[in-house]
Design a protein around this ligand. Structure first.
Ligand code: BGC
Length: 316
């Protein structure tokens, strides 16, 4: 059920024109049990003063909503998200909220599409009165049975659902194949000036995800370095494709995730991060680094300090 304070009309505030230089705050709302990193005022202050403009908050809504119609989202999750949005407004941080980890939808789109749309109807109504510094990202990394044809159909319906209550809020939509940039050509977006396309960039996976134990199919061995002239060129070629698509489509592209696992050598991580980030800045593409404080993180929560070389690779 929606809370008492639910609003159903979007506030006519102006979205800031600043470029998105964001950081993903994982393990706050995307852990299945919902308990992870504690979002405090000093943390928000540190993120803002480091120079980030934006937080991307991955949210596992589907783990906190009824499985039967009308699929009500738990008020407790809404309240925690409200607190984060209030803090972000206080610290002048833009926010992107998404639907993260909806695995059942990826496996059984038909069985879950009504629930997915009902989640968006509730989220959109709940946050309609928020400033336009809040953006909605429809679905993190569509994959498996949520292939391009199915996703193209469902994304139109989800976008229309959001638009019932939020006529001009930015809606962020990525292609199938886990937001792979090569799948942009198959993405069918609604004709809407307030839509941004998003991709995730982790190439080469064998470098960025080395040592990650949670990868389903296989894990990549550690010890893989990065930084030859060919590897640097491959990154530039990839990102140029995203830029070319953006120009041709007339749609802004946000690289909503890019980053490296901490089992890779720090010098190589810094080199890769600098290369990707400077190329994105040069091409005028927006970005959010993955992530703040998990195994890809640039912030050490125990010491309460930035991993300076990585932070500098992003914001120098
Ligand atoms: C996933 C995370 C993962 C990250 C990097 C995210 O979209 O939700 O679990 O750590 O991508 O692969």
């Amino acid at each position: 059920m929606l809370g008492d304070q639910a609003d159903t009309t979007e506030t006519a505030s102006v979205r800031s024109n600043r470029r998105t230089r964001g950081v993903n705050v994982a393990n706050a709302f995307d852990a299945a049990d919902g308990r992870g990193i504690h979002l405090t005022p000093p943390l928000f202050a540190a993120i803002r003063s480091a120079g980030f403009t934006t937080l991307r908050l991955p949210i596992h809504w589907s783990a906190h909503a009824d499985v039967a119609a009308p699929y009500a989202i738990d008020e407790e999750l809404h309240r925690r998200v409200d607190d984060a949005l209030n803090l972000a407004e206080q610290y002048d941080l833009d926010v992107i909220i998404d639907v993260h980890h909806y695995r059942e939808l990826m496996d059984s789109p038909r069985a879950h599409q009504d629930r997915f749309l009902a989640l968006w109807r509730q989220i959109a109504q709940r946050y309609a009165a928020r400033p336009l510094s809040l953006s909605f990202e429809l679905l993190n990394e569509p994959t498996r049975a949520m292939d391009a044809p199915r996703w193209n159909e469902l994304l139109q319906r989800a976008w229309a659902t959001v638009r019932e209550s939020n006529p001009s809020r930015e809606v962020i939509i990525g292609p199938a194949d886990m937001n792979n940039l090569h799948a942009l050509t198959e993405l069918k977006l609604p004709g809407d000036p307030h839509v941004t396309a998003t991709i995730h960039y982790y190439a080469p996976m064998a470098f960025t995800h080395q040592g990650a134990t949670w990868i389903d199919r296989h894990s990549y061995p550690i010890g893989r370095s990065w930084g030859t002239a060919e590897e640097i060129q491959a990154v530039r070629d990839d990102l140029r494709l995203a830029h070319a698509w953006s120009q041709a489509a007339g749609v802004q592209v946000l690289v909503g995730e890019f980053g490296t696992h901490d089992r890779a050598h720090l010098a190589d991580r810094v080199n890769w991060t600098t290369t990707v980030r400077s190329e994105l800045d040069r091409l005028g593409l927006d970005w959010c680094y993955w992530d703040l404080a998990t195994d890809f993180g640039i912030f050490d929560l125990t010491e309460n300090t930035w991993r300076q070389p990585l932070r500098a690779a992003l914001l120098q």
